[in-house]
Structure formats: C-alpha cells, structure tokens
Write a new protein. Structure first.
Length: 334
C-alpha cells in the first residue's frame, strides 16, 4: 500500500493535512539537477549542517532536568489527532499490518525526548521490541519511567549520528519525531538510520515547517537585544527548505520517499509560569549568556504576551498553525 492511500485528505479546518510529494532517488539526485540547483543544494546542506551543529551543542545543555519536564508538558500536544504521534503510529500500523503482516516488529525511536512516539507504538504493539533513544540523559530518565509498565520497551542514551551500539540490518522501523533537525551531523544521522534498518525497513520521521512559538521567542529576543535577533541556538526549522531532507534521504540510499504536511494547534496550559518557560525554552541558552537576560525576557514577555496566539476563556494559551512534514522512506532490498 502506498503512503498516498492512507493519508488523510486536506481538511477545511486548520487541523487537516495535505499530500505534498512523492520522490524517488532519481527525482532528488543532485547529479541530475541543473548546476545552479546543485550549487543551491550544496549551500542549503552547508547551512543545515552549521545550524545542526549549533543546535546539537545547545540542545545537550538545553534539555536539562527542568527543561525536560517543560518539554514533556509541551509535547503532549503532539497527541492531537493531526499531531505527529498519531500520524506516525498510523504509518507503523500501515507497514506492520499491510506490508509485513506481523506484529512482532523491532522499532528504534531516535530523539525520543520523554519517550515518544516509542510509548505510543509500544502500547499498540505488545509483541514488538521498542527501543527509545535520546542524546539527553535527563530526557531518557523521563522515558525510563514509562518502561516500568511496558516490559517490551527500553530507553537508553544514544547519539543518532553515531548508533554504534546497534548492528546493521536490525530494525523493521526507525522513527524520529522532530529530531533530525538537531543532530550533530544530519547526513550522518540519516545514514545511521539507514544502516540499522533491515532491507525493506521503514523510516518514519517528522520535521518542522512552521512553529508558531518561534514568533513569540523572536519577539522576546528582539526586545531583550534591542535589535533583530539571530536564529535561536536550537533551530527547529533547519530542515524546512523543500526537498532538502528528501535529498539527504535519497543520498543515503533510501527509496520511495513520500511526504505529507500536517497542521495542529498547541495548548500551552493556563499556568502563567509554564507559558513563560515554554515561550523562552528555545532561547534559554542565549538568555543565560546575557547580563540580566532573564529579567529583560520577563518584561519583554509581558509586553508581547497577547501578540501571538490566543487565550481562551479558561486562560489557556493556544498557538494555532504549527505545521510539520511527515516523511516515510524505505531501505532498499538487498
């Protein structure tokens, strides 16, 4: 079954999804593109590599115990019907039920954060073996709490750009929800995902196209600095350029690369302190380096509080219009 046949059609609401494209290794091979496109692709790869190195360095310190707890609360929004944990699970079911026709699959989840979508998959597939990995020990500490009730799921620290602890051709499925943007070396992380997959195995990944929260963070930093800020230390939009991630996948050997865009809102609760911490999480490293940065950030936050998103009658801060790309790719048969 092709991915196109199981994607939801574009809805008239803001929570629908739209099929974007299907690519083959031929369509995205840099050697087959015009010279100007190859040069542009090289530039984009260099920019993505630089951004990912900065993001990786920042994220190791960014997701400490406190930030990991905040992120867990934020990430529950990914359980929205149009969110990534649901759409990724759909693709795992599609592959296991319709292609493999078995449930005892082996799944490796990269950049698992608090343990998702590994937990969601493990609860749907009790006969599976699910391994959740993340570069942050504090994130893994949270994920390990989940494994107490799921004996077929484990969690361990691992760098997605260096999966040396896993053998070649080991997993039926590799998942990665909002992780490849932050890898220390994105092309190498993609190659590592390919290496550990079994021939015919599936990569199911999501990357951000638009994060509404970034607008709030940018507005805060502009007031703190008194000028337009540079990109945040952790940049979720590193792979938003159309075709960039797909070309990395085909260069690594993947075939049948298919993508779809999805959109969903985020509810950042009614707790004012949590709202502030959520708004500043991706600029935490920058604020830490500025004298009086956090005091300035709180004043800036109060000044722009109502400029982004909306607050409902219960005081919940709702951020609509968050868009991500779901990508499914297949490792070639030996």
């Amino acid at each position: 079954m092709k991915l196109l046949s199981v994607l939801r059609p574009l809805a008239s609401s803001a929570t629908g999804c739209a099929f974007l494209s299907r690519s083959s290794s031929k369509a995205f091979s840099p050697a087959l593109l015009p010279q100007t496109s190859r040069f542009r692709d090289h530039q984009l790869r260099s920019m993505a590599s630089n951004d990912s190195n900065k993001s990786a360095d920042a994220s190791k310190g960014q997701f400490d115990a406190e930030a990991s707890k905040i992120y867990k609360i934020i990430s529950e929004n990914h359980r929205h019907p149009s969110g990534p944990w649901v759409t990724m699970l759909d693709q795992v079911h599609n592959y296991a039920d319709n292609i493999l026709q078995r449930k005892d699959i082996r799944v490796l989840d990269l950049a698992t954060g608090p343990g998702e979508p590994a937990e969601t998959i493990a609860r749907q597939f009790p006969d599976a073996t699910v391994i959740a990995t993340d570069v942050s020990p504090d994130q893994i500490a949270i994920a390990e709490q989940t494994t107490l009730t799921l004996p077929h799921m484990t969690a361990q620290v691992a760098d997605m750009a260096d999966l040396h602890q896993f053998d070649n051709d080991t997993f039926d499925v590799v998942t990665c929800c909002y992780g490849f943007m932050f890898a220390s070396d994105i092309p190498r992380a993609v190659r590592e995902s390919y290496r550990v997959l079994k021939p015919g195995g599936r990569l199911i990944a999501t990357t951000w196209n638009k994060v509404t929260m970034l607008e709030k963070a940018r507005a805060i930093m502009e007031r703190v600095l008194g000028e337009l800020p540079p990109p945040p230390p952790i940049n979720p939009l590193t792979l938003k350029e159309p075709g960039l991630f797909e070309s990395m996948l085909t260069d690594a050997g993947y075939s049948n690369v298919e993508t779809a865009a999805h959109e969903y809102p985020m509810d950042l609760t009614k707790d004012p302190e949590h709202q502030f911490q959520a708004a500043t999480m991706i600029i935490k490293a920058s604020l830490d380096e500025i004298d009086g940065g956090w005091e300035k950030a709180r004043l800036a936050y109060d000044a722009v509080k109502y400029d982004h998103g909306e607050y409902n009658d219960q005081g919940h801060w709702i951020l609509p219009g968050n868009e991500y790309k779901l990508t499914v790719a297949t490792k070639k048969l030996a």
